[in-house]
Design a protein around this ligand. Structure first.
Ligand SMILES: [Zn+2]
Length: 316
């Protein structure tokens, strides 16, 4: 079964999306012996065999700490981006609102091939106990990922935000902004900022577009770079990993208003592109087409210009 998905290496370069699609493997619900639930987040995992997670269970609640930590980071990403900062909620947008759950499967790196893989279509797993027609958002995480030291779950959740609001999947946008987003729960407010790249080089970038495009834009838009502490829920502030470390590591994040506004603008821009480029559907090819690039860039520039005209007090 062909599933559209996208994989991530934490520090890797360009992804081979087409190759991934060819080797896409169908994850069967029945393959996993255990389920852990946190709100609408469900984690499916094994404690034996190839996909076994780390068995450490410091709080002795019967759930491996690795599983709980991945669930906590994902919950925190939803809480921070959606509830605190006003990013689109993948459970509420037109494209994904029929989803009941976010299902995360933990697989050995040799099987998953990436640290994380996010799906841009809702999945129907037909799990025992689910009502007929139950749909799930989905991303998968490698069992090598320990959430206290690795922001892959939050990165993959950010992809779900992107997919929920726009069909554009050009990597300089999806990976560039997802890499930027890792600073939300991580330490510091902004990653490296290098000289700004311009098209056409920009359009060939992936993760590196964060340093060479998105981070400079974020810095210019938001010299302060803080998460408004009074908007952060007590639950998020108090949430800790099994190690005792805070899941939200600080209140720094540069350019979140800009990124949020860009995503909302891309929701309109993809409709314009669809019409003007004569697409008949958002095929995988159309989602990744280089013809999308001018529409994405124009949306970004329009948002930057509109934000520059606003007085700082109106820019929340
Ligand atoms: Zn990614």
């Amino acid at each position: 079964m062909h599933q559209k998905k996208h994989g991530d290496r934490s520090k890797a370069g360009v992804l081979t999306v087409l190759l991934l699609a060819v080797m896409a493997c169908h994850v069967h619900a029945a393959r996993f012996a255990h389920e852990y639930r946190l709100g609408r987040i469900r984690i499916f995992y094994d404690t034996t065999g190839t996909n076994a997670v780390d068995a450490a269970d410091a709080n002795r609640n019967g759930v491996p700490d690795q599983v709980e930590d991945i669930a906590k980071q994902t919950w925190a990403a939803h809480s921070l981006f959606v509830e605190t900062l006003g990013f689109p909620d993948p459970f509420q947008t037109e494209r994904f609102r029929s989803a009941s759950f976010l299902d995360i499967h933990l697989l050995h790196k040799s099987i998953l091939r990436f640290n994380g893989v996010a799906y841009d279509e809702l999945q129907r797993y037909k799990r025992p106990g689910d009502s007929p027609g139950t749909l799930s958002l989905c991303f998968n995480v490698a069992t090598s990922v320990k959430a206290p030291a690795n922001l892959t779950p939050a990165h993959e959740f950010f992809h779900l935000i992107q997919y929920s609001i726009s069909y554009f999947k050009n990597a300089w946008y999806t990976e560039g902004t997802a890499r930027w987003s890792e600073k939300a729960l991580g330490t510091g407010g902004l990653g490296k900022t290098g000289p700004k790249a311009e098209p056409p080089a920009l359009f060939k970038m992936s993760y590196d577009a964060s340093e060479k495009f998105w981070n400079p834009l974020a810095a210019a838009d938001d010299p302060v770079g803080t998460i408004p502490e009074h908007l952060v829920s007590a639950g998020l502030k108090q949430l800790t990993y099994s190690t005792g470390a805070n899941v939200l590591q600080d209140f720094k994040l540069t350019g979140w208003q800009l990124m949020r506004d860009v995503l909302l603008e891309l929701n309109k821009a993809d409709k314009v592109a669809f019409r003007e480029l004569g697409y008949d559907r958002w095929s995988e090819q159309n989602q990744n087409s280089e013809k999308n690039n001018p529409y994405i860039l124009r949306a970004v520039m329009d948002v930057c210009a509109a934000r520059r005209k606003q007085p700082p007090s109106a820019r929340d």
